[in-house]
Design a protein around this ligand. Structure first.
Ligand SMILES: C[S@@+](CC[C@H](N)C(=O)[O-])C[C@H]1O[C@@H](n2cnc3c(N)ncnc32)[C@H](O)[C@@H]1O
Length: 296
């Protein structure tokens, strides 16, 4: 047994030397994972001066984190809104900024549910299932469908779906051709597609070396090939008045709004910022019957 505070201090300094952002947080999170406690409980125990036997397993995890393996892969989970999702190699780790995208979808689904409808919601490019599962659990009356191209990512989404929302219709496939059985019937299409442009390789090793390339790069000179395909599929799926909510990179909002405005399929096109103030997602309504009372 040794002092938990000293062990955490040594781990933090090792992670700092490897330029890990939030080194203290990650040391506590890894200790919490080994001890089967929450991170707050570990931090409190260290403050109290408790001893703890974290053993070789903790040292091995700190070594891996120092090699910039994502914390979420080491603990096997990632938080997303109220959920704790299973994640690991082969699937994109859900990000906090996407929680706002999910929130816009939840708000619309709740509005429709309040009007007595059973909202039909589609998540294109589902990854771990983050957006679809957040909506399924926060708006239980909604009818959820999700599609994912990568078999590895889809297996993670399947695992999360079976645990959190077994009724969710999850399909392995391409967003270009998915859900031809739902054409014109969908109330909300949500997507966080791959959108990184080809020359913009992410600097963080956790992203560059561990998020799958198919989850990052959107294709084409501007990274917008898949996002533009999402717009086409959304226009096919949505009923008149139905809502599109799609995430993008901060520099892409202008181009996407121009595409939406010039296509003739959309109205009420809007750009939205994330909590850091960066342009982060667009919303638009499928042209057709008038809608009232919406927040978006
Ligand atoms: C940026 S990740 C987002 C995952 C998840 N929506 C989230 O927010 O955490 C993009 C996902 O789209 C998937 N993908 C890429 N191209 C696709 C396509 N043509 N059709 C369906 N999914 C696709 C990738 O495999 C990846 O899981």
């Amino acid at each position: 047994m040794s002092s938990l505070a000293l062990t955490l201090r040594a781990a933090t300094s090792r992670l700092e030397s490897a330029a890990v952002p939030s080194a203290r947080h990650d040391a506590e999170a890894l200790a919490a994972h080994v001890l089967g406690r929450s991170r707050t409980q570990v931090a409190t125990a260290a403050l109290r001066g408790d001893d703890a036997d974290l053993g070789e397993r903790f040292e091995a995890l700190v070594d891996e984190r120092a090699r910039r393996v994502p914390l979420q892969h080491l603990v096997g989970t990632a938080p997303f809104r109220d959920l704790v999702l299973d994640v690991g190699p082969g699937v994109f780790v859900p990000r906090p900024e996407t929680e706002l995208v999910a929130e816009a979808v939840v708000a619309e689904a709740m509005r429709l549910q309040g009007g007595g409808d059973r909202p039909c919601v589609v998540d294109l490019c589902a990854g771990s299932g983050a957006i679809a599962l957040a909506v399924a659990t926060e708006v239980p009356a909604a009818d959820l469908h999700a599609v994912e191209l990568s078999a590895q990512a889809c297996a993670w989404a399947r695992r999360n779906t079976e645990r959190l929302a077994p009724g969710l219709d999850l399909r392995l496939g391409d967003c270009a051709t998915a859900f031809d059985d739902l054409d014109g019937d969908v109330d909300v299409v949500a997507s966080n597609p791959p959108y990184v442009p080809p020359g913009a390789t992410p600097l963080e090793p956790e992203v560059r070396d561990h998020d799958p390339a198919v989850a990052l790069y959107g294709g084409g000179p501007d990274g917008l090939d898949v996002p533009r395909q999402v717009l086409l599929t959304a226009a096919r799926l949505l009923r008149p008045g139905g809502l599109l909510v799609m995430e993008h990179a901060d520099v892409q909002q202008g181009a996407l709004l121009r595409t939406l405005r010039s296509s003739g399929s959309w109205r009420a096109e809007e750009g939205h910022r994330d909590l850091a103030g960066r342009p982060r997602f667009v919303t638009a309504r499928r042209r057709g019957a008038a809608m009232t009372g919406s927040a978006w």
